[in-house]
Design a binder for this molecule. Structure first.
Ligand code: ATP
Length: 240
């Protein structure tokens, strides 16, 4: 459903992505792993139109979306959960969720659909419903991550891009969030591209993975293979 073909992305003279090609099938969970600065966030931002590619092509459901603006890309069905959550801290949980759906307001019927989607987010994350009137900035890191995911879901995406959702969270909370990602794929057929520092947890969740080093994909494979790969073990999985 998503294909990147020979993508090159630059920040001025910095050549951040070098001929990156990758693909995701419908309903797959795929993870990108790599050290700090390898280009993982840049891949997500290139897909979402935040940092457009200098050359190459991004195809979503066979249509080119390479040169589209981020709002158009959201309308196509691609939604991003940014690194560091970036929820609107002075706003309530409910208002944050409403903002996630703002591109969808056209008429009164839309509101009904949006209410239904919010109820669905509350089913996935009951804690958000309990705290619907709480200001986002006063919530814990885990709750803010749940809210950031909930807000992205309010755009009704077919493809969800997640940037380091586990960052700074306790293992139990990470497990809870990963269980929701699995459920989203199983029950809603959402396709997921997951960037993670926590390679072990990410590979356990994902079907496949790509390993990125200084802007290039150096390895790809089924998660089970990557978990057994000596190079991956040495560089990214640590000792156990
Ligand atoms: P991290 O895990 O630290 O977020 P990453 O793998 O997501 O790392 P990117 O953030 O994609 O890596 O960065 C890839 C490269 O592009 C790095 O060398 C980084 O310094 C550079 N880079 C990223 N953003 C900018 C920017 N706005 N201006 C200039 N260079 C940038």
């Amino acid at each position: 459903m998503l294909r990147l073909k020979n993508i090159n992305t630059y920040y001025g003279k910095v050549h951040a992505l070098k001929n990156v090609s990758l693909h995701l099938g419908e309903g797959e969970i795929v993870t990108l792993i790599g050290a700090n600065g390898a280009g993982k966030t840049t891949i997500l931002n290139t897909i979402s139109g935040v940092t457009p590619a200098g050359s190459g092509e991004v195809l979503f459901r066979k249509e080119p979306v390479t040169a589209l603006t981020p709002d158009k890309i959201v309308k196509y069905g691609i939604s991003q959960v940014p690194e560091g959550r970036q929820v609107f801290k002075p706003l309530s949980v409910e208002d944050n969720l409403e903002l996630g759906a703002y591109l969808r307001y056209r008429n009164r019927e839309d509101r009904t659909v949006i209410r239904r989607d919010m109820a669905q987010v509350f089913t996935l994350f009951p804690r958000l419903e309990e705290r619907r009137r709480q200001l986002a900035g006063t919530m814990s890191g885990g709750e803010q991550q749940m809210l950031a995911i909930g807000r992205a879901l309010m755009a009704n995406p077919r493809l969800l891009l997640l940037d380091e959702p586990s960052m700074g969270l306790a293992p139990m909370v990470v497990q809870e969030i990963f269980r929701v990602l699995e459920r989203l794929r199983r029950e809603n057929g959402v396709t997921i591209l997951l960037v993670e520092q926590n390679a072990k947890a990410a590979l356990k969740l994902a079907d496949r993975g790509y390993v990125l080093e200084t802007g290039k994909i150096i390895l790809e494979g089924a998660s089970a293979e990557l978990l057994e790969n000596a190079e991956v073990k040495r560089a990214y999985l640590g000792k156990d």
